[in-house]
Design a protein around this ligand. Structure first.
Ligand SMILES: Cc1cc2nc3c(=O)[nH]c(=O)nc-3n(C[C@H](O)[C@H](O)[C@H](O)COP(=O)(O)OP(=O)(O)OC[C@H]3O[C@@H](n4cnc5c(N)ncnc54)[C@H](O)[C@@H]3O)c2cc1C
Length: 430
């Protein structure tokens, strides 16, 4: 009797999951998730992502039980745990999503040592890193030609949802760990619920209500009408390939940005640590300004609104990410790595390739073709939050200031300004 193991990693879904579909062709299949101690000990185990991951695993377990199977949960080193399970159930084949980050490649190499027949199948990105390479290079460094090649590239066929998952006899599924077993921190109060079902609800609602207007409204910060699929795509609760096909061109382009950063990170594994394009730059070591930025107390309302949204929701609108990152690196002159670490601590969609790729893009050390370009925070505020509603939503001290004047509280009469309990700007604005 053939028995396979399906190792879930960052593809926590039953729909359009090529590895799961292939694993379920065996007569018996063991779906397993291993909490990797190496990841839990490091900066990747931020409370918001731990919370989201636990939701996603509970949901996945429910779906697999609905198909007659279960989700086996283990903790330790993935290769050692898979090897133990394979011996126990007499498995000969292992299936998993192909993850080309440095960590993913190390894990795959260790899994290949076990002696199982290993298949790493697409599913983490729309187009896997390395599938598209420019003439004379190992990866694309500029987005526009990548985007053209990406649009023209073939897609893997949509994987069928398995109709049945047959577990071998006698496999103990094991309980899901509790949140407090995995982290000592707290999740953000307004964090989105994780899981494939929640992700599908969000995708479907967004397709019904907002997708058609995406291009026009995606930069309107207060409207909040982007898909908010970030963490669902990060953990694979929603298939990026399926989302790309369902959404309009401007949305597909954003998913191509994601694939772009993933192919850069695969070619340059140090992306979250080292300048991709080294620039001579002296960074300011201003701990007070950095703390004010983190706490949303810089005195620049559009920046503080973004930073407080991040803390409250584990999410920040893309335009606000651009503005806050630019403010840190360009106006305060603080090293992008400090900003990356804070985003990584809080973002539910925090991902090495996307976080680092975007930080470096803003800081001028990455893939931008205009690395000298600086965003003026006030001009950005007037343009992308013209009503000031975004600031009033997240900065309660300023909720009583009407209109776009909310972006410049320092211009208010002094007695009114003093009553706000809101700080003056930490730096002179351009
Ligand atoms: C400094 C900075 C740090 C960032 N860190 C991350 C991160 O850690 N993880 C992350 O997924 N995104 C990151 N982004 C990109 C982007 O801000 C988020 O993907 C987006 O805000 C998520 O919201 P959404 O799902 O509503 O986006 P939508 O506008 O609905 O976009 C749809 C999807 O496309 C992808 N996407 C969109 N824009 C980008 C982009 N610029 N780069 C990569 N993928 C993109 C995401 O998967 C997103 O869910 C960062 C951007 C900046 C400027």
């Amino acid at each position: 009797m053939s028995t396979s193991i399906m190792l879930f990693t960052r593809d926590l879904r039953v729909r359009d999951n090529p590895a799961l579909e292939a694993a379920c062709r065996a007569e018996r299949t063991v779906p397993v998730f291993v909490f990797d101690d190496a990841l839990l000990a490091g900066p990747f185990a931020a409370p918001n992502r731990v919370r989201f991951l636990l939701d996603a695993l509970a949901d996945l377990r429910g779906s697999l039980r609905g198909l007659g199977g279960d989700l086996v949960v283990r903790r330790g080193d993935p290769a050692a745990e898979v090897a133990r399970l394979a011996r126990q159930v007499d498995a000969t084949a292992l299936f998993l999503a192909d993850e080309r980050s440095a960590y993913g490649r190390r894990r795959l190499a260790a899994l290949r040592e076990i002696g199982l027949e290993v298949s790493a199948l697409p599913g983490v990105t729309v187009v896997p890193p390395g599938d598209l390479v420019p003439a004379g290079g190992d990866h694309y460094r500029v987005f526009t030609p990548y985007w053209r090649a990406w649009e023209a590239a073939g897609r893997h066929p949509v994987a069928a949802t398995p109709r049945k998952v047959r577990l071998p006899e006698g496999v103990r599924a094991g309980p899901l760990p509790r949140f407090a077993d995995l982290t000592s921190g707290e999740a953000s109060p307004d964090l989105a619920e994780g899981g494939e079902r929640a992700g599908r609800r969000r995708l479907e609602r967004w397709l019904d209500e907002d997708a058609a207007d995406y291009e026009r409204v995606r930069d309107d910060i207060a409207a909040d009408r982007t898909s908010r699929l970030g963490p669902y795509i990060k953990f694979g609760c929603v298939s990026p390939r399926e989302a790309a096909e369902a959404g309009p061109g401007a949305f597909r382009r954003q998913l191509a940005w994601r694939d772009f950063h993933h192919q850069v990170a695969a070619a340059f594994p140090d992306l979250s640590r080292a300048d991709y394009r080294p620039r001579r730059r002296e960074w300011n070591r201003d701990e007070d300004a950095l703390a004010a930025w983190r706490d949303g107390l810089t005195g620049v309302p559009i920046v503080d609104a973004g930073m407080r949204q991040l803390r409250r929701e584990g999410y920040m609108h893309n335009r606000a990410r651009l503005i806050t990152a630019s403010f840190l690196t360009r106006d305060l002159g603080i090293d992008w790595r400090a900003g990356l670490r804070h985003f990584n601590d809080l973002l539910a969609d925090g991902d090495v390739a996307d976080n680092a790729g975007n930080w470096q893009w803003v800081a001028g050390t990455g893939n931008s073709t205009r690395p000298g370009q600086v965003m003026n925070p006030l001009r950005q505020a007037f343009r992308f939050d013209p009503s000031g509603d975004y600031v009033r939503r997240y900065v309660p001290e300023l909720a009583g200031i009407e209109g776009r004047g909310v972006h410049r509280p320092w211009t208010l009469p002094e007695d009114r300004r003093r009553g706000l309990g809101y700080p003056p700007p930490v730096t002179d604005l351009p």
